[in-house]
Ligand binder design. Structure first.
Ligand SMILES: [Zn+2]
Length: 326
């Protein structure tokens, strides 16, 4: 295990204290089905990885998107069994769906049914991927009831993070055009950094190919002026509409909300809980100096810190420990 990760795991257990114990004991005798809801790149996957490590053999991470990708591959290999099972129409839906072309509702229902009928036994589930559209809400509510009948405690957990932090993450992603190595100029690890006099910007180089990393295509989503394209904001607005609508249809026992940023003046944790980002400068010899500082942003007119998994997962455990008592 990577030592940073191991340290975060130890820290989370200690800092969560009684909440950690409560949730651990609960997981010994109950199975949770947690719908993780968040805007893109908040960090769901990273949080799930930490939860799986903190509670060994208790959680399984299940993704709707991954299931679709898997089924697309299966169809490529041999589509007959899937046509027999779900019919030609769903198989065509699966073959042709993409980021731009959503899977039609009837097929969403079939895939989700398939997914919940094949859950690993005796484990809690961290589920990601539905609902993305308001039309999908009735499906998750209906299937949520079925999961409850099968003994799961169903929880919808919304995790939010300041848009300014998400923006910074989006525009700092970089990828190697040659080997597809991906990194971030905000949180460089193995990349070499140099100052480009022409563009007056710091540039990261691929640790393997030693060539400059580029913006991630389609993902940095900047317009010609270097601003995030409207589509990013539209997607976030839509997420909020869907989650708000979903919340009105669920009881307080089922819906929980938390943020993974925190107003600076309220923060009482240790530095390990904060996301550090690189601040670049150049010394008189022209060498690039990297200083790591806590990332901050403005949210609701207050300055907030962005929480690292060590800080975020402590809050997730606390929230879950509360929900299971409701
Ligand atoms: Zn490379």
């Amino acid at each position: 295990m990577n030592p940073e990760f191991a340290k975060a795991i130890q820290y989370i257990k200690k800092r969560s204290g009684s909440d950690f114990k409560k949730l651990r004991d609960h997981l010994d005798t109950h199975n949770l089905f947690i719908f993780l809801l968040s805007k893109k790149i908040v960090g769901k996957n990273l949080y799930s990885t930490h939860l799986e490590e903190i509670f060994p053999n208790k959680f399984d991470n299940v993704s709707f998107g991954e299931t679709i990708r898997y089924l697309k591959e299966e169809i490529k290999k041999n589509k007959k069994p899937l046509v027999d099972k779900w019919g030609q129409e769903t198989v065509v839906d699966l073959q042709t769906c993409s980021v731009a072309k959503l899977l039609p509702l009837t097929s969403v229902r079939k895939v989700f049914e398939h997914l919940i009928n094949n859950l690993p036994s005796n484990k809690s589930i961290l589920f990601d991927g539905l609902p993305r559209e308001k039309e999908q809400i009735p499906i998750v509510i209906e299937k949520g009831r079925i999961l409850s009948k099968r003994g799961y405690k169903v929880i919808f957990l919304e995790i939010d993070l300041a848009d300014e932090i998400l923006d910074a993450r989006l525009v700092s992603r970089r990828v190697c055009p040659q080997c597809q190595y991906s990194g971030s100029i905000l949180t460089p690890t193995a990349e070499k950094i140099a100052y480009d006099q022409k563009t007056r910007a710091y540039v990261a180089f691929c640790p393997k190919c030693a060539i400059p990393l580029e913006y991630k295509k389609g993902d940095h989503q900047l317009d010609q002026l270097g601003k995030l394209v409207q589509a990013v904001y539209e997607r976030r607005k839509k997420f909020k509409q869907v989650s708000t609508l979903l919340q009105t249809q669920l009881s307080a026992k089922q819906y929980a909300f938390l943020r993974t940023d925190v107003p600076c003046e309220e923060f009482k944790g240790e530095k390990i809980e904060l996301n550090l980002i690189a601040k670049y400068s150049t010394n008189t010899d022209g060498e690039v100096i990297i200083k790591r500082v806590p990332q901050t942003a403005i949210h609701n007119e207050r300055t907030v810190y962005s929480l690292a998994p060590a800080g975020a997962v402590v809050r997730i455990i606390k929230t879950l420990a509360e929900v299971i008592r409701r």
